[in-house]
Write a protein that binds this ligand. Structure first.
Ligand SMILES: *Cc1c(COP(=O)(O)O)cnc(C)c1O
Length: 428
């Protein structure tokens, strides 16, 4: 059963009607399906099983403690990019020994926090960062396990803001530079290079870029070992794309087919850092229509979720499917394929209350006729949704609910106005 599906004109998350959740918890509301999250975790573990994979869920996609907790309980590791995310993993009962620490700008304090927690490895993104990790490790009397982040110069053919593996990216080092840095690292006693890391971008919907990257990675691992580095891990990063519009994503098994043989040939264990593929389609954003408005030819559906709740359309021009959570009489169920026309619809701009022209969830979107009080579902909102939410316009951030079969539990309460001003009042 699909985690989000229509039954008798009602959208359900697992066994719970979305309208019931909106009534209980209010809107805007993020709703997540536990079965979907754990199902994807299991299919990743299974697809890569031949290379003894460690799935390091990328915390930045959705860092809710309730989600991290169920991931940890089901054997997931974590990929963190800040001391804050590392702190969350600890609170959720995640193991530091299954956690990789990435990010281009780690501070000394963050490196120290990672060493004290005992992370599996640091993904080191530059020569200067290697020096910092070595210095901090020496100062606390530890040896830092590291992997160099290598930029294989492949084009993942995704949005330019989420492409990370090309030469001109701020992330990682090109292969020749990485080899030089690795040569120098041989003499550093306070680091131990146990892995090689790549993350080429996000929302990747073809296996080609991975195939190109992994071939270069295997060659480099051979060179690193010849220098004397005990490379045991091939960390292939994340980036597996999901269906936003229709059926554009590839099943994880297809990615495994190009990655597994190479990692096997390199004699490594595989680490992967999936974020979007786990959380993205496991979540929706529920909102309620406040007003409808027409000016000239333009129709606006003003609803209570805004760019401060889901910034992806404004930031990356990204597409999210949107459909009523309770179908008006005679309306078709949500179209499977967003490209095909649906009878009885008219184009609407779905906008929020924030005072910016960039505050929209969709433009010219064919929708059935809706009115004040109707519920809307914005799909594929589980990843890079709530984590990028802000308090712009002094709007409290939305509540989050995790559904497990017939049960729904609040995993983050709605913020109050007092929550928002507290740091400004408590300054004594
Ligand atoms: C963002 C990020 C990920 C997760 O990417 P997804 O596209 O969500 O799978 C993994 N690794 C690193 C280093 C990242 O920066």
């Amino acid at each position: 059963m699909e985690p989000f599906h229509y039954q008798n004109g009602q959208l359900y998350c697992e066994n719970v009607p979305a309208a019931e959740l909106a009534g209980r918890f209010g809107t805007p509301l993020f709703v997540y399906s536990q079965a979907s999250i754990l199902g994807t975790l299991r299919s990743l573990q299974a697809a890569f099983t031949a290379v003894d994979p460690l799935v390091c869920y990328s915390v930045k996609a959705n860092s809710n403690l309730g989600i991290l907790k169920i991931m940890a309980q089901h054997g997931s590791g974590f990929d963190v990019v800040s001391a804050g995310e590392l702190y969350r993993v600890g609170l959720a009962g995640g193991e530091a020994g299954k956690t990789v620490f990435a990010g281009v700008g780690k501070t000394d304090d963050e490196i120290r926090a990672g060493l004290e927690a005992g992370v599996l490895m640091f993904n080191v993104e530059s020569e200067a960062e290697l020096a910092a990790v070595a210095r901090v490790a020496a100062a606390v009397g530890k040896v830092a396990p590291i992997a160099l982040r290598v930029n294989p110069d492949v084009d993942p053919k995704t949005h330019r803001y989420i492409s990370t593996g090309k030469k001109e990216s701020k992330f990682g080092m090109d292969i020749e530079r990485a080899a030089k840095v690795a040569e120098a690292a041989v003499a550093i006693d306070s680091v131990r290079m146990i892995g090689m890391h790549m993350h080429i971008g996000s929302q990747i919907t073809s296996t080609e870029p991975y195939a190109g990257a992994v071939a270069k990675g295997v060659e480099l691992i051979d060179r690193l070992r010849k220098m004397g580095h005990p490379i045991a891990w091939y960390n292939m990063g994340g980036g597996y794309g999901i269906n936003y519009r229709g059926h554009e994503a590839r099943p994880v098994e297809e990615f495994a087919r190009v990655i597994v043989p190479a990692v096997k040939a390199a004699g490594c264990r595989l680490a992967i850092e999936p974020g979007r593929v786990i959380a993205g389609n496991a979540g929706i954003l529920l909102s309620r229509v406040l007003y409808t408005k027409q000016s000239g030819e333009k129709r606006f559906l003003i609803q209570d979720a805004a760019m401060n709740d889901l910034i992806r359309p404004a930031l990356y021009e990204s597409y999210h499917r949107i459909w009523p959570a309770v179908l008006p009489p005679g309306a078709a169920p949500a179209p499977e394929d967003s490209e095909s026309p649906v009878a009885g619809t008219e184009p609407w701009d779905v906008v929020g209350p924030v005072c910016e022209s960039g505050d929209f969830l969709a433009k010219d979107r064919p929708l059935p006729r809706l009115d004040t009080g109707d519920l809307l579902a914005t799909f594929s909102a589980g990843a890079y949704g709530m984590v990028m939410a802000s308090n712009y316009n002094t709007r409290p951030r939305a509540a989050e609910v995790l559904v497990d079969g017939p049960d729904a539990r609040l995993v983050r309460r709605r913020e109050t106005l007092e929550d928002l001003v507290r740091p400004e009042l408590e300054i004594t």
